[in-house]
Design a protein around this ligand. Structure first.
Ligand SMILES: *[C@@H]1O[C@H](CO)[C@@H](O)[C@H](O)[C@H]1NC(C)=O
Ligand SMILES: *[C@@H]1O[C@H](CO)[C@@H](O)[C@H](O)[C@H]1NC(C)=O
Ligand SMILES: *[C@@H]1O[C@H](CO)[C@@H](O)[C@H](O)[C@H]1NC(C)=O
Ligand SMILES: *[C@@H]1O[C@H](CO)[C@@H](O)[C@H](O)[C@H]1NC(C)=O
Ligand SMILES: *[C@@H]1O[C@H](CO)[C@@H](O)[C@H](O)[C@H]1NC(C)=O
Ligand SMILES: *[C@@H]1O[C@H](CO)[C@@H](O)[C@H](O)[C@H]1NC(C)=O
Ligand SMILES: *[C@@H]1O[C@H](CO)[C@@H](O)[C@H](O)[C@H]1NC(C)=O
Length: 772
């Protein structure tokens, strides 16, 4: 079902972008030409590179079209390349040239809020971060590649924050509705890019997106405040989710890179934003954006993978969302091993909106609705199929599809709709019912109710199949069915939590199953954070000011929680590399929920690592991990060899004389020094065990002894040797081997863990092994 949706979505995007031109490969369109690592970036060199790129273009573009000999974007700081208008033939000529790593058409990437589902919901950077609210002074700078920023939000107040780090080289770009004075010691930089929009044809409504770093969408403001917002006491969404809103580490700095509009983002712009962020001096880049999972073919046509590779090489950690295409397997994006990939969980806060029927029965629904209805009055209740317009198939009216309801029959009533047609989102159904002059809506949807929908002031609630059947029976049972929908109340401390969010994209990675993805899980459902003030009447209760905070859901919201936690670890351990920080957060993640039971998914089944990675983020423990797995540039280069890229390409990407191992195979990817373990195929017929190696670095006290403990499923034989690691002064790095023998193991993915303990620390490595 989800994959059908995906395909539809894919087709519509492809069409949006390419339908007009697909018929001819001679019509120019934007292409990204990626040319590997940048060897130097002084001004002189940059100018030389630019003219070389122009020369390259003039060598392939016919002189009568010389207008096209220009660079839409030029990348020259962390990596080399450009974006230009090319025909398909020209692009393919370029891709054959020896100094060029890859050429790909400038594709459209999606924001990872649950827009496609139109889930909108609530949470808390709040509750999650109250556990680590110590005010650690910090010069860490986070670059948010997103939809821009709303600088007036109280989350970007700079009270109590020291002066801007001297190494900062970024800028605060001005534009309509954005002045230099909008930047401060918290929001230290803001850039925007002219976004070549997908829909150039329908330019009737010129988009507000370009020309200013200001956020007109809300996504960028929300993610930035979750990652690094200042403390704001008594923050709430019209009274809901009230608490102190703050990012992972309040004194961390933010720089906004507006690479996306409301419609999404272009590859070429994301690359430019990453290149600028690295040059400006950010320490962490947070990207809640990704390709559609069906577009992924390899790492070197994925702008986020390319940009993140060079960021990591230059000591910048890149944290990305896993995508919202769950719960089917192989839906995850942003899976390169140098990316920190984040899945989303529900937190221990729920939003309920009760239905009261005329017979006195009540049912708890899920919603974020600012409805003003009360117990005192009920309204006529009807089922969509019973209020259909003429000649409308019953199926359509049951589902409240556009055009299916007759306003004469729905006006002033509460309408019940079902959800057996997943192509129409909740937001659309709500608009259909609202347009039909109804007074409220009850949606019966088993799967979507886990993520509360924000219906603004329109009375709305969502119930499961069991409650739904009771409501439909009640409608049948009486001549004059009535009901009311009460305003939303917050249900704190709901159990179990966390739970893997239904929409969170699942591994294994479609590109290689020898690296475990996602890496980690963090809160991503119903997150309260700063947003742009929504001024439309339906969104603001009468008599109130537009809220400065909003409740949103998506892996987009989970990603900045990890960004914030990473900034905290970096603030406490300024010398640590990106991979050390990632390892610290991964080996200390939690596998248990607030009932002290193993984490579960949406169906109350044990969550597996392809859903949650190594478990739920646990930021405080990460400050003192004991041991870390350092994944070096050499590891990543070997990964590229094993994945199948040529030595020439890898040398060009790394600007080194790196030699690929002669025996490179995809299987050897399991052996790179990653903080989790994945083996894509373990043959049952092998008479010997498969052995891989890991190396740990001691970042705790120098004299200490760790002992390994293995948790493996029945039948899978997992051995660690040595089982004991003794660290003392002068010995800070030790290696060990792990062997997997699957003769008696059940087929399919087996999961377990290896935990090193020294009495003070517990260093956990999750493994997944696919026995065949
Ligand atoms: C929080 O805000 C509400 C109104 O939005 C107000 O009634 C309440 O007194 C405030 N609480 C605190 C602790 O400031
Ligand atoms: C609720 O608000 C709507 C406007 O949003 C208004 O028309 C209606 O009369 C109000 N209902 C009650 C019961 O106050
Ligand atoms: C309600 O009545 C209709 C027609 O009599 C019937 O088809 C339907 O199954 C009934 N629904 C429920 C939930 O009882
Ligand atoms: C939860 O996990 C079970 C067992 O792995 C799986 O069958 C089910 O589809 C999962 N549910 C969701 C919503 O992902
Ligand atoms: C979830 O499963 C556990 C045992 O696997 C059971 O005890 C619990 O009642 C279930 N919860 C729900 C809400 O179904
Ligand atoms: C691959 O070759 C390297 C030397 O280049 C060697 O150290 C390693 O053991 C070999 N690995 C396998 C699996 O053959
Ligand atoms: C570590 O052990 C060595 C010898 O066992 C001892 O000399 C040294 O003082 C110890 N260092 C610490 C920090 O405990």
């Amino acid at each position: 079902m989800a994959s059908l949706l995906q395909i539809l979505h894919f087709l519509s995007i492809t069409c949006l972008l390419f339908c007009g031109v697909a018929t001819s490969n001679q019509i120019p369109k934007p292409y990204v030409v990626y040319m590997g690592s940048s060897s130097s970036n002084n001004d002189e060199h940059i100018q030389a590179a630019e003219s070389a790129h122009l020369q390259l273009l003039s060598s392939i573009i016919p002189s009568e079209e010389s207008g096209r000999i220009s660079l839409i974007h030029h990348y020259n700081h962390a990596f080399k390349g450009f974006c230009a208008m090319l025909t398909e033939t020209e692009a393919s000529i370029l891709s054959g040239q020896s100094n060029i790593v890859s050429v790909f058409s400038d594709s459209f990437l999606e924001l990872h809020t649950t827009r496609s589902w139109d889930f909108l919901a609530a949470e808390s950077g709040v509750r999650a971060s109250q556990r680590y609210n110590k005010h650690v002074p910090s010069d860490v700078i986070i670059g948010m590649v997103d939809t821009g920023i709303w600088p007036e939000s109280p989350s970007f107040n700079d009270k109590g924050i020291g002066k801007i780090p001297a190494r900062w080289k970024g800028v605060c770009m001005e534009g309509p509705e954005f002045k230099k004075s909008n930047c401060n010691r918290k929001l230290i930089g803001a850039r925007y890019y002219n976004i070549p929009l997908a829909s150039n044809e329908n330019k009737a409504s010129p988009t507000k997106a370009t020309g200013s770093p200001r956020d007109f969408e809300g996504h960028g403001t929300h993610t930035a405040s979750t990652a690094a917002g200042a403390s704001v006491v008594n923050a709430s969404y019209y009274g809901l989710a009230r608490g102190t809103a703050r990012g992972g580490s309040p004194s961390v700095r933010i720089a906004g890179y507006k690479a996306c509009s409301e419609e999404g983002c272009m590859s070429s712009t994301i690359l430019k934003a990453i290149d600028d962020a690295i040059k400006d001096g950010v320490d962490i880049i947070s990207i809640s954006i990704g390709m559609n999972s069906l577009f992924q073919s390899d790492y070197l046509t994925d702008p986020i993978a390319i940009g993140a590779f060079h960021a990591e090489q230059m000591g910048v950690l890149v944290v990305c969302s896993a995508g919202n295409e769950g719960p089917d397997p192989y839906t995850i994006v942003n899976t390169a091993p140098w990316i920190f990939t984040v899945a989303a969980s529900n937190i221990d806060r729920d939003f309920k909106s009760t239905v009261l029927l005329g017979n006195g029965k009540t049912y708890q629904g899920s919603a974020i609705s600012l409805s003003n209805l009360t117990y005192a009055k009920t309204y006529p209740l009807v089922f969509g199929k019973d209020v259909a317009g003429s000649y409308v198939p019953m199926y359509e009216a049951r589902n409240c599809r556009p055009g299916s309801l007759d306003p004469k029959k729905t006006a002033g009533k509460i309408v019940v709709c079902v959800d057996d047609d997943p192509t129409i989102s909740r937001r659309i159904k709500k608009l259909v019912v609202e347009d039909a002059k109804a007074i409220g809506m009850i949606l019966i949807s088993e799967i979507q109710r886990g993520v509360s929908f924000d219906s603004g002031t329109f009375p709305f609630t969502e119930v499961g199949n069991v409650e739904g059947l009771q409501i439909l029976k009640y409608i049948n049972s009486t001549k004059n069915p009535r009901a009311t929908i009460l305003p939303t109340i917050e249900v704190p401390r709901s159990k179990p939590a966390p739970v893997v969010a239904y929409f969170s994209a699942r591994g294994p990675s479609p590109l290689t199953e020898n690296i475990l993805k996602p890496d980690i899980m963090a809160p991503g459902v119903a997150i309260l954070a700063a947003t742009i003030p929504e001024r439309e009447p339906g969104n603001v209760p009468i008599g109130m000011k537009p809220s400065e905070f909003g409740i949103k859901s998506g892996t987009s919201m989970a990603c900045p929680h990890v960004t914030g936690a990473a900034s905290l670890v970096m603030s406490v351990h300024p010398g640590w590399t990106p991979s050390m920080i990632k390892s610290a957060l991964m080996t200390t993640a939690s596998l248990y929920n607030n009932m002290r039971k193993p984490l579960t998914n949406n169906s109350n089944k044990s969550a597996n690592p392809h859903e949650m990675g190594v478990g739920e983020l646990s930021p405080l423990k990460a400050l003192n991990p004991g041991l870390v797995f350092e994944t070096t540039t050499q590891d990543y280069l070997q990964f590229l060899c094993h994945f199948g890229y040529s030595q020439k390409i890898i040398r060009s990407m790394s600007n080194t004389n790196f030699n690929c191992p002669k025996n490179s195979t995809e299987e050897l990817i399991s052996n790179i020094n990653y903080p989790s373990i994945s083996i894509g195929i373990l043959s049952r017929h092998h008479q010997t065990a498969k052995t891989i190696q890991r190396t740990v670095s001691n970042v705790g006290l120098s004299n200490t002894t760790y002992i390994a403990k293995v948790h493996a499923p029945m039948g899978l034989v997992v051995q660690v040797f040595p089982r004991k690691l003794v660290f003392f002064k002068g010995v800070t790095r030790l290696s060990y081997k792990i062997s997997f023998f699957g003769k008696e193991a059940p087929g399919g993915y087996n999961t377990g863990s290896i935990t090193w303990r020294d009495g003070r620390h517990s260093v956990q490595t999750m493994f997944t092994v696919n026995v065949k």
